[in-house]
Design a protein around this ligand. Sequence first.
Ligand SMILES: *Cc1c(COP(=O)(O)O)cnc(C)c1O
Length: 386
Amino acid sequence: MQPSERLSKIPPYLFAELERKIAAKKAAGVDVISLGIGDPDMATYPQVVAAVQQAVADAGTHQYPSNRGRDEFRQGVAKFYERRFGVQLDPETEVMPAIGAKECIFNLNLAFLDPGDVALASDPGYPVYTGGPTLVGSEAVLLPLKEDLGFAPDLDAVPAETLAKAKLLYFNYPNNPTGAVVPDGFFEKVVALCEAHDILAVSDMAYSETTYDGYVAPSFLATPGAKDVGVEVFSWSKGYNMTGWRAAAIVGNADALSAFWKLKSNIDSGLFEAIQLAAVRALEPDVDAEVAKQNAIYTRRRDLVVDALTAAGVKVQKPKGTIYIWAPIPAGFDSSAAYCEHVLEQAGVVISPGGSYGASGEGYFRISLTTPDDRLLEAVERIRKL
Ligand SMILES: *Cc1c(COP(=O)(O)O)cnc(C)c1O
C-alpha cells in the first residue's frame, strides 16, 4: 500500500507526534504534565450544555443538516457580530457554519488554490496554513512575524512575483503561538494589499474572545473594505471551551462563501443542527459573564507562569490574548526542539518547540495555559529547577 505523493510532502501533525511521545513516557511511569496542546481544560458553559440537551431531544435536528446552516444559526451569528464587533452581516449570504476552524481553513485551500498558486502564511503560525496548501498541490509562502513589528508580517516586503501568484493570505490575531494582538494599521494594510493583488484575506479568529487586561479584540471585517476582500473564521473552541464540539462559522465576502459552500456540499454534510443551535446560544449576552470568568482564570495562570519564568531569568511578555506564553529558550541549547526534548526528559513536562511553528519560531518555546493551576505551578517549578 502506497500513500499518496502529496501526503509524503507534509510532516506528521505536530500534536500527533507529541501525543505518541507523551504516551511512551506515561507508559514508563513518568508523571507527565502536558503544557503542549491548547485544549481548554474546563467545561463548556452550562447554558450551552442545556441548549444542546434540549436541541438533541428534538427530532427536527436529527437529519442531514443543511450545509448553509439553520436560519437560527445564521441569524444568531449575524446578531452577535453586530453586538460584539459592530459588523453587519447578511445572514442569507454572509454566514455559514463550519465543522471547526481547522476544517474550514483546510477547505479554503481546496476552494481557492490551484497548482502553481500561493497562500501567504505566517511564520510562526498555525500548522494548517502551511500543510493545507501543500496537500492541495499548491505552495505556502511563509511571511516571518517580526517582534519589532508587533509579530505582524511585513507586507511591504513580499516580492512582486509572489504577490502575482498569491490567492490567499492567512492571519490570526490574537495570535497563536506568539500571543500578540493585532498592531494598529495592520488590517488596513491587508485590505489594500488584497485589493491590489486580488487575494482573499482569511482572518482566523480562534482567540477573539480570549483576551485579558481589558483588551477587546477587533474583527478584521470592521475594517473599511474588508468584506470586499476577505472572510473571517470564528470558532467556539477556545473562548467557549468547545473544542470537542467542532463548531465554527465562516463569515464575510458572499462570493467567497458561495464558493466555499459549493466545495463543502461535495465534501461533507454539514454541522449537526443540535450543535448549531447550542453554538448560537453561546453567543447570547448572558453568556458573556461565563467568558469573563474563564478569562479571569487564564489571567491568573498567565501571571503565575510569567512571574515564575521572569524569576528564573527568562525574558517574557504578558500576552493580552490567547492561551499561550511565548518565551525564548535559555542559552546553551542548539534548537527549541532540543530544549523541549530536554524539558520532557528531565522534568516530565511537555512544552512546544517554537521551531515547529515555522523557522522564525526557532529560539522560542510555547506554554499552553490549559492546565489546572496546581499542575501548571508544579510544571513551571520543575522547569525552573533544570
Ligand atoms: C485552535 C486553533 C484553531 C482550531 O479551531 P477549531 O475550531 O477547533 O478547529 C484554528 N486556528 C488557530 C490559530 C488555533 O489556535
